[in-house]
Structures are given as structure tokens and as C-alpha cells.
Write a protein that binds this ligand. Sequence first.
Ligand SMILES: Nc1c(NC[C@H](O)[C@H](O)[C@H](O)CO)[nH]c(=O)[nH]c1=O
Ligand SMILES: CC(=O)[C@@H](O)COP(=O)(O)O
Length: 161
Amino acid sequence: MATENKNLSEYDKATIPNASKFRFGIVVSEWNEKITEGLYKGAYNALIENGVAPSNIIRWNVPGSFELVYGCKKMQEQMVNAVIAIGSVIQGETKHFDFVCEGVTQGIKDLNVMRETPVVFCVLTDNTMQQAIDRSGGKHGNKGTEAGIAAIKMAELRKNS
Ligand SMILES: Nc1c(NC[C@H](O)[C@H](O)[C@H](O)CO)[nH]c(=O)[nH]c1=O
Ligand SMILES: CC(=O)[C@@H](O)COP(=O)(O)O
């Protein structure tokens, strides 16, 4: 199902585990800051709305999405139950988009495979700025909200596994 057929911000609160005892790390890319701040707000609010204390949310910034891999690796070393990687990659004139997207995707996948703390992939990879706007609080909802909920579910899965 494509994003256009679902709202990224919608979830059934009754299905979300109690997150009051969990700590979360959020690593935010500074590239396309207008987008990543919108994604961060969505993720932060989803955590708070499901019982996470503000003091249990750690935020670090990195220059761009490619640096999310290193930032999330270091965040995994903190006492957190899950990590959220937030970025916005937008196609430019060259193939650089392809390499940044591949690098951050594979890097975050590797962190999930090699270490115990789950890292949620909240990196938009859009053709246009409008597509990014639509997915960070616009007409398609907020992928940050989706990521916050995913982080709670993965923290619960880790606790029970
Ligand atoms: N063009 C975008 C970038 N490019 C920067 C890289 O992520 C990286 O910071 C640089 O290559 C130095 O290592 N980053 C984004 O997050 N979004 C873009 O659209
Ligand atoms: C994803 C990028 O690195 C890209 O936005 C940079 O733009 P360009 O390909 O025009 O250099």
C-alpha cells in the first residue's frame, strides 16, 4: 500500500504498549531542517502521548542523513530502549541522492542486525520538497508519528524477547 492510500499519523491507541518506563534516543539530520523538525515533532508527540516522560527522550543532531548511521551507533550505546533516525533526502541534479539513501538505509539496517537496540528508520527519500512536506505533517500525515509508534512497539518486543 502506498503512502497516498494511508495516513501516516493514524494509529489505534488501544494497541500501543505502555511506554512509561522506556527511554528513547532520537537522532535528527540538519539537512532539510524544515522537514526533519516536522518529523521530530511527530515522533516526540507520539512518544509523549503514549506515556513517555520528556526526561526519557534524548535528542542529538547530525549534519546530514549520511551521518545518521554514526549518530545512531553512538546513541545505541546510551541507556535507551530504542533509537529513531530522522532524516529527509530530496533528489537533486545528480546521483548523490542514490548514494546517500543507500548508505543510510544499509547502515541503519546493519545497526539493527549487529546490535541489540532497535533503530527505527524515519528517513524520507523524496523526489520533491512537496512530497517531503506531505509526509512530515502534510496531507499524508507525519512519518515521525509512525516512527514514534514503531519505536514503542520495538522497545516492547525487545523487552519481551
Ligand atoms: N542532499 C542531502 C544530504 N546530503 C548530505 C549528506 O547526508 C552528508 O551529510 C554529506 O555527504 C557529508 O557526509 N543529506 C540529507 O540528509 N538530505 C539531502 O537531501
Ligand atoms: C541528496 C543530495 O545529496 C542532493 O540533494 C544534492 O543535490 P545535487 O544532486 O544537485 O548535488
